[in-house]
Design a protein around this ligand. Sequence first.
Ligand code: FES
Length: 165
Amino acid sequence: MSQAVLCEEKVKSPEAQYDLLTEVMDRYNRNEKNLIQILHYAQSIFGFLSSDTQRFIAEKMDLPLSRVSGVVSFYSFFSTMPKGRHTISICLGTACYVRGGKKIIEKLNELLGIDVGETTLDRRFSMEIKRCIGACGLAPAISIDNNVHKRVNPNRIKNILELYE
Ligand code: FES
């Protein structure tokens, strides 16, 4: 087994994930002014910020849990729920909104059975809203992971989703 695979497996175990998070906090001197960066790292390690992870950070940094959870809930880029393998970002910037962004959301609700901010039970997709993804001239647009899909027709979204396992 290669070193890379070993490392990947190691970081997947909860103990290794918490060890890594402790290392990160140490690197940032467990200083409250670095809390946002630490939370970013924690989210990249675990995929989301569970209440256990928030409690762990609060204890190790000697902060009230309410301080940590307050920051997590304030910033929309922090998630307290597990994310799907693929993130669908629906643009609701002005151009996309005017050209039917809401219809895309309705279609995704129907096809996936989830709403914005939720994840499918099979953890395949999560849904979120963006305010502009840089494709205004070809609205309405969505992105899935790093791929932008332009001039999206709600009746063809099923075909787009099939591209993502
Ligand atoms: S408003 Fe949707 S891409 Fe800019």
